[in-house]
Ligand binder design. Sequence first.
Ligand code: CO
Length: 155
Amino acid sequence: MSRMRLILTPALLLAAFTLAPHAYAAGDPCQLEISGNDQIQYDKHELAAPASCKEITVTLHHAGKLPKEAMGHDWVLVNAADVAAVANAGMSAGAASGYVPAGDKRVLAHTKLVGGGESTSVTFPSSILKAGGSYQYLCTFPGHSALMHGTFKFG
Ligand code: CO
């Protein structure tokens, strides 16, 4: 019986430590996650954060294997009306700028560009958004935005 306890206790402790942080992160509505793959797809067409969030964090995972030079993904938040213009400006900005136009006010928030197996995140204050506003996110890697975009809901 005492030997059984010695075996079980560390196992239970380990389970408690591994499960607890996970459950917490999944329950925080201000921490959002999205993935991109090698087929030029995000796994989510919509992300939403409640108006109670003071800050919003979006973590982008590249679940594919291709390098960022061939299949780069980023996550760029814009007003819905600016999707095409920001995609074009990103293309013009080029690889050296990570396909994000520097100092462009139409870019509300953005991650860096990542390749297969990499993750990146961006945290921004919700004060840049209006509750109920019409926002979209896109990947600004050349040619990706037509497939890689989605609706961002706030409020
Ligand atoms: Co992309």
